[in-house]
Design a protein. Structure first.
Length: 202
C-alpha cells in the first residue's frame, strides 16, 4: 500500500502508470491493462481506487473490500512485484487537481507519471491538466474516435487491446446475481464469503 509521496518518490528513477477507478469489483480486464503496459512500457503500476463516486453511491461496496480484492488479484499477476495500490486517504482517484499536483511533483523527483485507462474514461469529467501526461488506453472495439482523443491528450498516447478489454464491472455485477460471472476463484470466494453485491442493481 502506497501511503505518501515519499514512498512513490523512492521508486525513482522510473516510469509509473496510475489506473483509477471504483473497482467495484476489480476484474481480469483491469489486471490485463496493467500487465500489458508493464510488459511493454512502464516500470510500475499503481491502482488508485475511489473510496466514493458521485454516480455510484448506491452500488459501491466498502472501499476496504475493493482494496482487498485488488490485492488478491494483483498477487496472482506475473508482474505482482511491480503493482501497488494507493491509499485513498492519500490520493483519491486520478482525475482531480490533487492527483495532477502529485504527478507534477513526481516529475520533479525522477518519476515519470502516466495514466492507464480504458477508452470509456474519455466520456467522463476529468481535470483538464490530466491530459498533459502520457496515456495508455485499452480499447473495447474499433469504433472509438481516435483523432478526437489525440486532440485532447498532449502527452504521448498508446492504444491497445487485451483479451479482456470488453469486460466491465457493471456486467460482472449483473453476472454475480446469476452466478455466471467470470472472476478469479479467490475473488469469487471473497465475494461469497463476505456476501457482497447481494442487493445491488446496475
Amino acid at each position: 500500500m502506497i501511503n505518501n509521496f515519499d514512498e512513490l518518490k523512492s521508486l525513482a528513477p522510473c516510469k509509473i502508470g496510475f489506473l483509477g477507478g471504483s473497482f467495484n469489483p476489480v476484474h481480469s480486464g483491469h489486471i490485463a491493462l496493467v500487465e500489458h503496459v508493464l510488459e511493454k512500457y512502464l516500470n510500475y503500476a499503481v491502482f488508485c481506487p475511489h473510496s466514493l463516486h458521485p454516480d455510484k453511491k448506491s452500488i459501491l461496496i466498502p472501499i476496504y473490500h475493493r482494496i482487498n480484492m485488488i490485492s488478491i488479484l494483483a498477487k496472482h499477476s506475473a508482474c505482482s512485484d511491480r503493482i501497488f495500490i494507493v491509499n485513498p486517504a492519500f490520493i483519491e482517484g486520478t482525475y482531480n487537481s490533487s492527483f495532477v499536483n502529485l504527478c507534477l511533483a513526481l516529475k520533479d523527483n525522477g518519476v515519470w507519471p502516466s495514466i492507464i485507462c480504458g477508452i470509456d474514461c474519455f466520456s467522463r469529467a476529468s481535470h483538464p491538466e490530466i491530459f498533459q501526461f502520457d496515456h495508455y488506453v485499452g480499447i473495447r472495439n474499433a469504433s472509438f474516435e481516435e483523432e478526437k482523443i489525440r486532440q485532447r491528450v498532449t502527452g504521448n498516447i498508446v492504444f491497445f487491446e487485451t483479451q479482456f478489454t470488453t469486460l466491465s464491472s457493471t456486467g460482472i455485477r449483473a453476472g454475480i446475481a446469476l452466478n455466471s460471472h467470470e472472476l478469479h476463484q479467490e475473488i469469487k470466494k471473497y465475494i461469497a464469503d463476505n456476501s457482497l453485491f447481494q442487493n445491488i442493481e446496475g
